[in-house]
Design a protein around this ligand. Sequence first.
Ligand SMILES: [Zn+2]
Length: 192
Amino acid sequence: MTEAMTERSHKDAEQRLLDDLRAEFPAFRIVSKRGDRLSRVIDRALRVLSLGGQTSYLTRYRTVIGDTLYVPDDWYRAPAVDRLICLRHERVHLRQRRRYGMLGMSFAYLFLPLPIGLAWCRARMEWEAYEETLRATAEHLGDDALSDPALKATMLERFVGPDYLWMWPFPGAIERWFDDAVTRIRATRSSG
Ligand SMILES: [Zn+2]
């Protein structure tokens, strides 16, 4: 396939996923972080809590809160496959919210057992969501994409670094999770 054809087919897949998401979560909407008050408040809090380590909440991160996905400016400029993979990740968080309730999920995600450094509940929820990220990556970019060392390094940094306030700062545990997740994904894909 040419690049344009690939982008076209990713766009179609993105549209189908958006339709599915809206069928499953009718209140789902996408809002720009720029000019959004709640996003600015969160950005400031994260800068303080991470001692300046997390300064790209408004410009790099996509964040789902309730039924709303808050996105940075580059959302619509990014390749469709990027949005597609992100929407798969966020769908997991929407389902977690339905499973645990808004209050239960927010409290556990933010505070248990600690808000910073040992956020086991946050790490658990992100493991589940990032496994879906990896699965979507394999489906749309091919199995080989999972072997890219940069992908593993990015995942590792997400969990052990300031991005999510050092949610589970144990590199060995994250590497094991990553390898196990890739094994699980490859096993289910090869079994059809
Ligand atoms: Zn997430």
